[in-house]
Unconditional design. Structure first.
Length: 594
């Protein structure tokens, strides 16, 4: 029995009076545990081919299916004959049928020719014991609206149902659909009728859970109805994030999983941010409906490079995703799995936490030392995850910044910065997210200069002691993705980065002022911050992370088992803790000793 009754079935009945335990939606049964699978995006972007999918299916059946990973998903733009990696081409001619429904591009998926669609590929995937999924963008193709194609089963045309004022900010393929009208529902019905005929088991719908406005809400409801009409158990995943927590009751009643973050890549800043995101979604995590922390970018990713995550960071990733019961969707190349990646993905005791634990919650978070716990069904045992999310530079807290800009929004917008350095030992430059839910936050520090009795010194002539970017790399005179640094079409001197970012310099003597201009290079919104550290404090390489047994509902002693090493560590009384390295984690099972 759970010691956290507020997470029980009664909680859902109280917060969702329309849903009783006996009347929970049928489609929740299709994902009673967090889905386990693979998605093509992290390794292939938009360019994946049928040959590559078949190769991945073969490898998945061999290496991951025995551990329960059974959903294989073809991600975005399978309908674009000339897709270009992670770049979208406005106006590209897409493969489409006479009813405005996108089809697999025949040059990339040859078995889809002659009207077969994805059925032959789905049949191959099914023959391996796997389920088959695809990614779609919400709405109707702009190409269909231009051609004014008919809506199958109606007298309407594409222009009658399209919402041309509802578009995706980063992909040019689609217009929204007016799903409040019968014609909008009919279009989605025709889509899922086709998908069901292909043998689809899983669908990831993109550009639909952010900003979660009235148009997108109606489309979510239309998609739910369309899936149910097919009679096929198609698991529904919504993307991207961050889905608003305020819409938790609605999203859990319509989807099996939904993104709680924008695209997650192998950067520590993005992983650290996931502790807060997984915690706040705790009330909506239960059988059939799962907050999704996004794919696992480990192993070989992004067109053949190894993950940027260290081994400690990978343990943190897998420990958090498991105890927060996020779906585990691998993003790496399954044909190039190494022993460490296989262990991260298939450790049976980690998977038991992810698939079967209950009452999952954060116990505490203090100075980036974090503990989570969960119940072990049918016993008094507890799972515990201990995290050291501290980093070099953590003593440099944006909350203590000497200067913080207003929110800077819109490409090319800027803010001049001037800060006094008197008594400073280190200079920290922050770029944080502007909290608009859109994480395409490329930024730069332009003309960063130290000045004082010794004259002036360009910061770009100094070596930083620490540099982290939320995406890409911190680079001098280049953007975070490696392009020449330009402002208003002119070459610029400065430091390119991406929120969330911190760049730290040891300050030389003889300089008492820092000046720069913070510029938003692309995307949404950011805040620029500057902190002058006068303490000289540093964070240790390891930290003791502990949990009191009383906070877990354990009295007296408990035997502790390390789930990653699969070894018993002995019996402890009153509390348990370990020295955890920076960015590292431990995952344990505690069994009370009577």
């Amino acid at each position: 029995m759970s010691i956290f009754p507020w997470l029980s079935a009664a909680f859902w009945i109280v917060t969702n009076p329309a849903i009783s335990a006996a009347e929970s939606p049928e489609y929740w049964k299709w994902a009673e545990r967090p889905p386990l699978g693979w998605n093509s995006w992290d390794i292939f972007g938009t360019t994946v081919t049928e040959k590559q999918i078949r190769e991945q299916a073969d490898a998945m059946a061999k290496h991951l299916l025995p551990s329960g990973y059974d959903i294989l998903t073809v991600d975005i733009q399978w309908y674009e004959p000339n897709a270009k990696g992670h770049v979208y081409q406005p106006g590209a001619k897409l493969a489409m049928d006479e009813f405005g429904r996108l089809l697999p591009a025949g040059n990339r998926f040859p078995s889809a020719n002659d009207g077969e669609g994805f059925k032959p590929l789905a049949d191959y995937v099914h023959s391996k014991g796997l389920r088959f999924g695809i990614h779609i963008m919400r709405g109707i193709p702009r190409q269909a609206v231009e051609q004014n194609t008919p809506v199958k089963g109606t007298d309407l045309k594409a222009r009658d149902i399209a919402r041309t004022d509802s578009t995706c900010p980063w992909n040019p393929d689609m217009f929204g659909v007016d799903a409040t009208q019968p014609g909008g529902q009919a279009y989605y019905d025709s889509l899922f009728e086709m998908y069901a005929s292909w043998g689809l088991d899983f669908i990831k719908v993109d550009d639909i859970s952010r900003p979660y406005d009235a148009v997108q809400k109606a489309e979510i409801e239309a998609i739910r109805k369309a899936i149910d009409k097919t009679g096929r158990p198609i698991v529904l995943s919504l993307s991207p994030g961050a889905t608003p927590v305020s819409e938790g009751a609605h999203v859990m009643e319509h989807a099996n999983m939904w993104r709680i973050t924008d695209d997650f890549w192998d950067r520590w800043g993005l992983l650290k941010a996931m502790f807060e995101r997984t915690d706040v979604w705790t009330p909506y995590r239960d059988a059939g409906h799962w907050p999704d922390a996004d794919m696992l970018p480990i192993g070989i990713v992004e067109f053949g490079r190894p993950t940027h995550f260290t081994k400690d960071e990978q343990r943190t990733l897998m420990s958090l995703w498991s105890i927060a019961r996020s779906p585990l969707i691998f993003g790496g190349d399954m044909t190039k799995l190494d022993a460490f990646t296989i262990e991260m993905l298939t450790n049976p005791e980690m998977l038991e936490v992810n698939q079967n634990s209950r009452g999952n919650r954060q116990v505490y978070r203090e100075k980036n030392l974090i503990a989570w716990t969960a119940d072990v069904p049918g016993s008094e045992d507890k799972y515990v995850a201990l995290f050291n999310a501290q980093s070099e530079g953590d003593h440099l807290d944006f909350a203590n910044a000497d200067y913080a800009s207003p929110v800077i929004a819109g490409k090319g917008q800027s803010q001049k910065v001037e800060v006094t350095l008197e008594g400073g030992k280190q200079l920290a430059l922050f770029v944080t997210d502007g909290k608009d839910g859109f994480n395409f936050d490329h930024a730069a520090w332009i003309d960063p200069v130290l000045s004082g009795p010794k004259g002036t010194k360009k910061l770009t002539d100094l070596k930083w002691s620490l540099a982290r970017a939320g995406w890409g790399e911190v680079q001098v005179d280049r953007t975070c993705e490696g392009k020449p640094l330009e402002v208003n079409g002119k070459s610029a001197t400065g430091i390119g980065t991406h929120a969330e970012s911190v760049i730290v310099y040891d300050l030389p003597e003889g300089y008492d002022t820092f000046t720069a201009t913070g510029v938003l290079m692309e995307g949404g919104s950011v805040v620029f911050g500057v902190l002058v550290d006068r303490s000289g404090d540093e964070v240790g390489d390891t930290a003791k992370v502990s949990v009191d047994f009383k906070d877990l509902g354990i009295e007296g002693k408990a035997m502790v088992r390390d789930l990653w090493s699969r070894k018993n560590l002995g019996t402890f009384e009153g509390s348990f803790g370990e020295e955890i390295p920076q960015h590292g984690a431990g995952l344990f099972r505690l069994r009370p000793v009577k």
